[in-house]
Design a protein around this ligand. Structure first.
Ligand SMILES: Nc1nc2c(ncn2[C@@H]2O[C@H](COP(=O)(O)OP(=O)(O)OP(=O)(O)O)[C@@H](O)[C@H]2O)c(=O)[nH]1
Ligand SMILES: [Mg+2]
Length: 219
């Protein structure tokens, strides 16, 4: 398991770096998705299920960003997918320069879709363009349907909201309709997929979106 230590990029403009990285990835034919959520909402479990479902047809790699440890990257590698663990020197987000370094160290040969599993929190990752082509965020049922009210920016900057742990709905007062209304008020264009990575419910709809967007990206 490869683990690299990254420090904040010293750069004039993160937005410019992100644009350059997006162009380079387009030339290489790699579709990069930035996956954001709070800690423990289910990013690694969701990615693992996606990889298992699609690995016959797509070569998926995951850049795992955490403050410490390498358990997430080990889980992804155990599925036969390419992965690298990045440590962020205590920082709560990834910027475009850090994402570039991580991808370079992981290697992008034979990769169709790359996910950046960003640091778990609903605040800082939403403030930085990583160079990804799409932003996907996860909200899990136990976190509550009021999160769009408290952390609007991430909902506004995401192309997709995955509402996961739907299998736990009977145990929490989570109003799916109210949550959807709140999110669509902030971002009318967002795609919302309620799923359970545990039971597999709803994963097909998300995977169809991913396949279609990958096809468009490679055109
Ligand atoms: N019931 C249920 N549990 C889930 C589901 N998805 C994830 N979990 C559980 O939620 C916990 C956290 O899942 P992870 O996938 O590690 O979450 P994460 O967002 O990657 O966590 P960090 O990387 O630490 O931010 C684990 O105990 C999972 O088994 C789901 O769909 N249903
Ligand atoms: Mg994780």
């Amino acid at each position: 398991m490869k683990v690299i230590e990254l420090h904040k990029s010293v750069t004039e403009s993160n937005d410019k770096d992100a644009e350059v990285l997006r162009k380079e990835l387009k030339e290489k034919g790699v579709f990069l998705i930035n996956l954001m959520s709070s800690a423990g909402s289910g990013k690694t479990t969701f990615l693992s299920k996606t990889i298992l479902d699609l690995k016959e047809d797509y070569r998926i790699a995951v850049l795992e960003a955490d403050i410490d440890a390498s358990v997430d990257a080990e889980k992804i590698e155990s599925l036969g997918a390419k992965s690298i663990q990045v440590h962020t020197d205590g920082m709560c987000h990834m910027d475009a320069g850090m994402t570039r370094r991580g991808l370079e160290e992981m290697g992008l040969e034979e990769v169709d879709i790359a996910f950046l599993e960003n640091i778990g929190n609903l605040i800082c990752p939403a403030e930085y363009d990583t160079g990804a082509s799409k932003n996907v965020m996860i909200l899990s049922v136990p976190e509550g349907d009021d999160k769009p009210l408290k952390y609007p920016l991430m909902f506004q900057t995401s192309d997709v909201l995955v509402i996961t742990k739907m299998d736990t709905l009977p145990y929490f007062s989570f109003d799916l309709e109210k949550c959807t209304e709140r999110v669509q008020f902030l971002n009318p264009k967002i795609n919302i997929f309620p799923v359970s990575a545990k039971s597999g419910e709803g994963m097909k709809e998300w995977e169809e979106w991913l396949i279609e967007e990958t096809r468009k990206w490679k055109e």
